[in-house]
Write a protein that binds this ligand. Structure first.
Ligand code: ATP
Length: 245
């Protein structure tokens, strides 16, 4: 693991998340490497801190945070220790300063910067995501969707224009889009990912079961719903077998 010193944390000029995948699967925030598991928990902390801040709460303890986000307090303390130079330390007995910590996570997660996102493939899953609009964040906006289906192209679906694939490169540049969501059939995903990379996309949220090849500079986050469900089913069975022993 790299240095724990944080000289500066936050969004860069390009507006992209200051995170890069390391070979060990960790993530770097500027000059610091944090484990992937920690990076995955940051949005959970941030969302809860926003709720607390909106309700006027000023301090939160790691025990309260632990109960709310359902993560043990030990990993929470360990997670926060990665940021102890930038985030206010837990004041002994009084907890963390809610507003300061929330602002710190907002910067870390680039939530103080609007991210335009593209969605490719307006099928069942794509349409559901267009409808959802990622409303739990104020800083994510799907600004363009793309498809090959003539029946959908040219229409506005849930407030979002659907363009033909031939307009993808132009729109991505015009709208300064850094991130794309991929909800196309698996077999079409690699050529589309190649086109997205050529158009300057920096991150792909891949909902297809295909494993994509992309340059190291492009982050690919896979969301394989079937895989997740199968893992859950596996652990459910493993747990019930343990209970029967
Ligand atoms: P899902 O539930 O996965 O969205 P679906 O049955 O609605 O499935 P798929 O066949 O998976 O539809 O296709 C998803 C969407 O991707 C469709 O709207 C389809 O028109 C679109 N699509 C298919 N091939 C391409 C491609 N090469 N480029 C862009 N969009 C594509």
């Amino acid at each position: 693991m790299g240095s724990r010193k944080v000289s500066q944390i936050g969004g860069d000029q390009s507006g992209s998340l200051c995170a890069h995948r390391t070979e060990e699967g960790g993530t770097t925030l500027k000059d610091q490497v944090i484990p992937k598991a920690t990076a995955k928990r940051l949005p959970l902390y941030y969302r809860y801190l926003r709720i607390l801040n909106n309700s006027g709460k000023q301090k939160v303890s790691s025990t309260e945070l632990s109960e709310a986000v359902q993560v043990d307090s030990a990993p929470i303390r360990r997670d926060f220790s990665y940021f102890d130079e930038a985030a206010p330390l837990e004041l002994s007995g009084y907890g963390y300063d809610v507003e300061a910590l929330m602002n710190f996570f907002a910067k870390t997660l680039n939530d103080d910067h609007m991210s335009n996102v593209a969605l490719v493939g307006v099928g069942n899953l794509g349409s559901a995501l267009l409808k959802d609009k990622f409303h739990q964040s104020n800083s994510i906006r799907i600004s363009a969707a793309f498809d090959v289906n003539e029946d959908i192209v040219g229409r506005i679906v849930d407030g979002i224009p659907v363009y033909p694939l031939s307009d993808m490169a132009e729109q991505i540049k015009l709208q300064q889009i850094d991130i794309a969501i991929l909800t196309v059939p698996a077999e079409s995903s690699q050529p589309i990912a190649d086109d997205l990379v050529k158009s300057g996309i920096k991150g792909i949220l891949n909902f297809t079961p295909a494993r994509l090849h992309a340059p190291k500079s492009v982050l690919v986050q896979n969301v394989d719903l079937t895989n997740e469900l199968q893992t859950l089913i596996y652990f459910l069975h493993a747990n019930s077998q343990d209970e029967n022993k």
